[in-house]
Design a protein around this ligand. Structure first.
Ligand SMILES: [Fe+2]
Length: 156
């Protein structure tokens, strides 16, 4: 069912919509992983890591909304269902239970690294077909890379 007419030709729309859908699941999962660790972190650096994780949640939630609404704008239905996120996220599964602060930081370094790699691929893929979506991916990558820097510095 097509409700919203896309400004892009079909071939370009396919590339861009796959990039937006991939970004959506990665960002939803990142928000969930960051909250999971936010609740489970223990250790002497509890407070700073706990608070820092909510900053990642805010970034991930805000950008997940941006990419989902960009998909809708282009006439493509965004899929943010739990099952879809679980089956297609680029972030590895996080272990259950309490997490030592150093491991919590390491988990975020890995999770952010995985999402950033895929986000940079989306920047490359969308430059030609849709620079407007590319601009969104560039902004997201900049924000994620800033978080990535700060978590790496935490364990330096
Ligand atoms: Fe909280």
């Amino acid at each position: 069912m097509y409700v919203v007419k896309s400004p892009l030709p079909d071939a370009d729309l396919k590339t861009v919509s796959e990039a937006l859908q991939g970004a959506l699941v990665d960002l939803v999962d990142l928000s969930l992983v960051a909250k999971q660790i936010h609740w489970n972190v223990v250790g002497p650096r509890f407070r700073s890591v706990h608070l820092q994780l909510d900053e990642v949640v805010d970034t991930a939630r805000q950008h997940s909304d941006t990419v989902a609404e960009r998909a809708s704008t282009l006439g493509v239905s965004p899929d943010g269902r739990a099952g879809t996120v679980a089956s297609s996220s680029g972030i590895g599964k996080v272990a259950e239970g309490w997490v030592k602060d150093t491991d919590a930081v390491g988990t975020l370094v890995d999770a952010l690294g995985a999402v950033i790699t895929r986000m940079r691929e989306r920047v490359e893929a969308t430059g030609e077909p849709d620079p407007v979506s590319q601009d969104i991916f560039i902004q997201i990558t900049a924000d994620l890379e800033k978080h990535h820097w700060m978590f790496q510095a935490e364990n330096g």
